[in-house]
Write a protein that binds this ligand. Structure first.
Ligand SMILES: Cc1cc2nc3c(=O)[nH]c(=O)nc-3n(C[C@H](O)[C@H](O)[C@H](O)COP(=O)(O)OP(=O)(O)OC[C@H]3O[C@@H](n4cnc5c(N)ncnc54)[C@H](O)[C@@H]3O)c2cc1C
Ligand code: FES
Length: 246
């Protein structure tokens, strides 16, 4: 069930670099959340009415608190960053599908940049019968978050290079049989090639207008046709995506 509501910000924290954490509390809404889903968020502060909603993944759900980890890029995310506790946040969601949760598997999670929040939430919810390795990559130390193995392009934290380099060896050494990924398109394309026939669930990002399946602006080539990232996605079976057309 999708809900549209305005809630007061419960927590608002700057967490270094260009990132901030926003959290709201609502027990009913928290109960609807699943890893992979996202919300459309917009500041409800006076003077912000004309801003577009921005799609943001669910990062953490603890009891009745729903948290978002946001990289501040342009006007929409800047308006979210300045919200103080108590300020109104407009939410539409939870939207999209969710990751399939596997059991008894050797799981690799690979995220890049703002692909981190949905995989961190997934990591919390995956069954303990799985073995996990969580790789995360970013441009520099500001883009680094807790995981098993960090890669940065400039080498300022963890290992220097692209996170996909780490995936190659791990898949071979650990006999990985399920991969979950989220990040920038070039990373996801490269990873899909590396992963090959292994079961691979990928969460795609797309520019979104309506966010609820009406405008078809977020359609991507899947199977024999097109599917909407906001409605049938954002999580897809990577083997069904026509990567060459993206
Ligand atoms: C399903 C989904 C989940 C997302 N989850 C998160 C999240 O958890 N945390 C987070 O920080 N961000 C997330 N994003 C990305 C976030 O929605 C955009 O960064 C945000 O909309 C930028 O808005 P803006 O007004 O601040 O900047 P804009 O002015 O709209 O854009 C600033 C810059 O970012 C680029 N950009 C904007 N949107 C995207 C996009 N979707 N993909 C690639 N580049 C983009 C623009 O080209 C421009 O260069 C998600 C996007 C999607 C589709
Ligand atoms: S953003 Fe409109 S259909 Fe997905």
């Amino acid at each position: 069930m999708i809900r549209y509501l305005t809630l007061p910000v419960h927590r608002s924290e700057s967490i270094g670099g260009n990132y901030c954490l926003l959290a709201v509390r609502d027990a009913g809404l928290a109960a609807l959340c699943r890893p992979g889903m996202f919300f459309e968020l917009k500041s409800g502060a006076a003077g912000q009415d004309r801003r577009l909603f921005k799609p943001v993944s669910i990062y953490k759900v603890q009891s009745d608190e729903i948290a978002f980890l946001i990289k501040v890029l342009g006007p929409g995310t800047q308006a979210l960053q300045v919200l103080e506790p108590g300020a109104p946040l407009k939410l539409l969601g939870p939207l999209g599908n969710a990751f399939q949760l596997v059991k008894d598997s050797r799981v690799l999670l690979v995220s890049g940049g703002v692909g981190y929040p949905p995989l961190a939430y997934l990591r919390d919810k995956l069954d303990a019968s799985n073995e996990f390795t969580f790789l995360h990559g970013g441009n520099c130390r500001d883009d680094v978050f807790p995981c098993d193995d960090v890669w940065t392009v400039d080498g300022s934290s963890g290992r220097q290079g692209l996170v996909t380099e780490g995936a190659v060896q791990l898949i071979r050494d650990k006999g990985i049989n399920v991969v979950y990924s989220c990040g920038p398109l070039p990373m996801l394309k490269a990873l899909a090639q590396i992963v090959g026939p292994i079961l691979h669930y990928v969460s795609l990002e797309a520019y979104m207008a309506c966010g609820v399946g009406v405008c078809h602006g977020c359609a991507v080539p899947v199977g024999e046709g097109y599917q909407r990232v906001c409605k049938e996605g954002p999580v897809f079976d990577a083997s069904l995506i026509r990567w060459g057309e993206l």
